[in-house]
Design a protein around this ligand. Structure first.
Ligand code: FAD
Length: 514
């Protein structure tokens, strides 16, 4: 089987490994000069290294699994640390809370800091665990668009339990009812942003997300997040995958409209290959890791567009300031959140397509764990603010105001007795700023969305594009813009689902061969 993978994002890299292990001859085509997509890295003058995108790593077993599949010991090639704490939270009223790693410690320490009884907190985390147990395997690990999934008894069981899954209440309402204390509600509401959603609109089912972090743990690869892309790419090379970097795929070659009209499973309905550098290259299978909206727009212009799916609201994007800082801050950890005063107003602004004048700021400092990421006594700050997907904003103006706002807010929190609101600015020795249109152009993500489409709605999970084409045999889709969604763990699961679908299709083709 000759297979082309379009895009070397984490899902494309993982699928290439899985398909090579299954015996395919695999070519990966990537526009950028190297692997990773959003999971990338770069340096700034002065000795600072930064991870470009993801900073939170959960479910490392999905990466390990790739090495094991290939008959290798993951620890020989890819290592990571389980974090002893998950995140340091700061509120404008002076409250601070460091979320510990385990659920049990979290339950205890929340009750000591906030106005919430220990039992209420324990019940909340138990419910999160139950939601994951009921739906995880069903809705995240399988294609939602195959009859076989719906015939699984586990799915039938999950469907019976739907009333307890909080599909009909928003995450925020669930948190308010269960936890009450507005600071804690804000803390748990934030988990909606893990897939670029709005806690006031996303279904309460998503309150299972903290279970991932506190039960399964939060991790950091030994050399920073980019180690994930680097090591999976190297694994693919050892398996004989051929990578074509700096090579943009121009078209996915489809059967003629008449042949396509016969539908999947009929002679002549199979994908033909791809066009690169103006030349047609034949493939039996094409796996598309490119943002699905752009794939239909640019590579599948002759195909029927799944209109409702492609119309789904985009996930949020981000403005990121990468700062080399000339001193260290012991009061900060790897992950730090500085909350806004009014979360509802902040999300209302995002929904309205703009930035609030009071934003929540995420500061990630990988040099806390990877000392080589900054010179001694310095730190590398990744400072991120949620932003609306790009629809033609004037980012220069927005970013100038935002930078001032963030510096004033962080200066007030970190140096309350400083004589000037731009105290922090004096400590910035290197800087790069990335806006939604930059994310769009650097990672091929429609409107710069970080996670494909948002989960702002009960039906969002069902409206994501399937992992296969409904009309063309041999054409598959994976990555953050399709089922099961954005974020590294789900992208890795999409690669597993696609490899399983390809294997099933090949098995059934062999069975029906004359
Ligand atoms: P992508 O990374 O989207 O890559 C797709 C690749 O396809 C790109 O490299 C692109 O160049 C290539 N491509 C596109 N068109 C073509 C073409 N025609 N020909 C060839 N190649 C093409 N997730 C987490 O789990 N934790 C986090 O903390 C986190 N934080 C994030 C912060 C930021 C700033 C960003 C941007 C994302 C973050 N995410 C996080 C989300 C996560 O990065 C993504 O969900 C995931 O990396 C997407 O992977 P993907 O496989 O969909 O491919």
């Amino acid at each position: 089987m000759k297979t082309a993978v379009i895009g070397a994002g984490i899902a494309g890299l993982a699928a290439a490994v899985r398909l090579a292990v299954a015996g395919h001859t695999v070519d990966v085509y990537e526009t950028n000069a190297g692997p990773g997509g959003k999971l990338n890295q770069f340096s700034l003058p002065g000795g600072y290294r930064f991870d470009f995108g993801p900073s939170l790593f959960t479910m490392p077993q999905y990466v390990d699994e790739l090495f094991t599949l290939a008959g290798e010991d993951p620890r020989d090639h890819f290592n990571y640390t389980r974090l002893p704490e998950v995140c340091r939270y700061w509120w404008p009223d002076g409250t601070r809370f460091t979320a510990p790693a385990s659920t049990e410690d979290l339950v205890r320490q929340v009750a000591q800091t906030f106005d919430v009884p220990e039992q209420a907190m324990r019940d909340f985390m138990d419910t999160a665990a139950r939601k994951y147990t009921l739906t995880g395997r069903t809705f995240l690990e399988k294609s939602l668009h195959k009859v076989s999934t719906w015939l699984d008894p586990q799915v039938a069981y999950a469907m019976l339990k739907i009333p307890g899954l909080d599909l009909f209440r928003s995450m925020h309402d669930v948190h308010e009812a269960a936890l009450g204390d507005p600071r804690l509600v804000q803390l748990f509401d934030r988990f909606a942003t893990y897939n670029g959603s709005n806690p006031y609109k996303a279904p309460g089912l998503l309150s299972m997300i903290p279970h991932f972090e506190h039960h399964f743990g939060a991790y950091l690869p030994a050399g920073g997040m980019y180690d994930i892309a680097r090591s999976v790419h190297a694994l693919g090379e050892r398996l004989g995958v051929r990578y074509h970097f700096g090579t943009r795929v121009e078209q996915i070659l489809l059967p003629s409209p008449m042949e396509r009209g016969r539908g999947r499973g009929q002679a002549g309905s199979r994908v033909q290959g791809i066009q690169v550098n103006g030349e047609e290259v034949a493939y039996d299978t094409v796996v598309c890791n490119m943002d699905v909206w752009l794939a239909y727009d640019r590579l599948l212009s002759g195909a029927k567009r799944p209109a409702i799916t492609l119309k789904q609201q985009k996930s949020s994007s981000a403005v990121i300031f990468y700062w080399g800082i000339d001193r260290s801050f012991p009061e900060l950890g790897l992950h730090n959140i500085f909350f806004s005063k009014d979360y509802a107003r902040e999300f209302a602004s995002l929904e309205g397509g703009t930035l609030s004048d009071d934003v929540t700021v995420y500061v990630n400092i990988s040099s806390k764990y990877v000392p080589e990421d900054a010179p001694a006594g310095h730190e590398n700050w990744f400072v991120m603010v949620n932003a609306p997907a790009h629809t033609g904003h004037d980012w220069d103006t927005l970013v100038a105001a935002l930078r001032q706002q963030i510096i004033a807010m962080l200066s007030a929190q970190l140096a309350p007795s400083a004589d000037t609101p731009d105290w922090l600015a004096r400590h910035i020795t290197a800087e790069r700023i990335v806006t939604p249109p930059d994310i769009e152009s650097l990672t091929g993500s429609h409107q710069g969305a970080l996670y494909g489409s948002s989960s702002n709605g009960r039906m969002a999970a069902f409206l994501r594009h399937p992992n296969f084409s409904r009309r063309i045999d041999g054409l598959y889709f994976l990555g953050g813009s399709v089922h099961p969604g954005g974020g590294l763990p789900l992208c890795l699961l999409s690669a597993r689902i696609v490899a399983d679908l390809v294997a099933d299709a090949n098995k059934s083709a062999t069975k029906h061969a004359p």
